[in-house]
Design a protein around this ligand. Sequence first.
Ligand code: SF4
Length: 400
Amino acid sequence: MIRSPFALYIHVPFCSRKCPYCDFNTYATLKVPEEEYLQALLADLRAYARDNRFEGRTISSIFWGGGTPSLLSPATLNAVHAEARTLFGVEVGAEVTLEANPADPSKEKYALTKAAGVNRVSFGVQSFDAKRLELLGRDHSPQNARDAVRLCVEAGIENVSVDLIFGVTDQTIEDLEGDLAAAAALPVTHISTYALTIEPGTPFFQRQERGLLSMPSDGLVAEMLDRIPEVLASQGFSRYEISNYARVGLVSRHNEAYWIGRDYLGIGAGAHSYVASYSGDRRVGGSRWSTLALPASYMKAAGTPSAVSWREELSRESLMFEFFYLGLRRMVGVSLNEFEKLFGDSAASPYRAVLRELSDEGFLRVENDWIQLTSAGIALADSVYERFVIEGGESVSSTR
Ligand code: SF4
């Protein structure tokens, strides 16, 4: 096993209300069981500090995701950070991100959040159009979002990201451009853009089934996908991953850890973890597991083996597939040298045919040692990955 640093993900499955498009593991909660949840997180951290997969390794980044982790008090964030430092050590200058709802912006709370060790905030803004926010069931206004970013920066957290959703009912290209311009006009360092997807089991899914929710055509969504990088590039944001844009040097280091296949530990209800296994310095397999999704069950079992709800063992071939599947999300692409270093096999070997076909068809570009998606490949990324699945013989799995 390689004793390199790992990324720590902390899931907080509580929201003030459930947005009608959301299928994340979150629950509308009037009162967050904060003390009980804190004790569960600490119990899990202590258990993993005695686990030889993580024992003696330092943390490279921390990400509080959800859910709405900003519902927790800065004191709770601080208590988890302090325990993580004591048990594992956190690298100097490590990125520590908190996902936050812009509904109740407060400079004082952002200052306390900074004092608790958070140095990056990601706001779930979604849109700067009041009607679209209402349709999405959001509990904040466009002005709340503007105030939240400004106050956060004034409080000293200058690395701020905003999430936007596009492809929403009746949205036009001009509406999208308005959202992008509004986001870029704020003092933010990073913008993530996600196409609205209608997930089974959500109120949006039911509305769509009953014909009560219209969605933009695939053609219009594809046009939006093309327009986003153009507009954001003109505002100084470079696309570094399919859905993510950043000012120079301010990419999300935690998310990069997922895309490059670094080990990560997930604590909190429904959080996923992943650890690769090695023979010498060659990656030969790994495992992935998740904690119990229901907060009450997780809080009861945290710190014990019963907190794990499922586990899967990953073959060397699965990891080779994921190397491409995840790595090609990054605009820089994947390095063939790195592949060979990790797996001791030329990338041309298991994927020789599919790489050549996709390159001939204009979906991939091979430059020196690197393979990247072309713009045609980005537009049809899911189909490109399917070709790896079918021709490489592996199955797709998620990192979250
Ligand atoms: S705030 Fe985010 S996590 Fe919570 S329900 Fe809405 S979309 Fe889901």
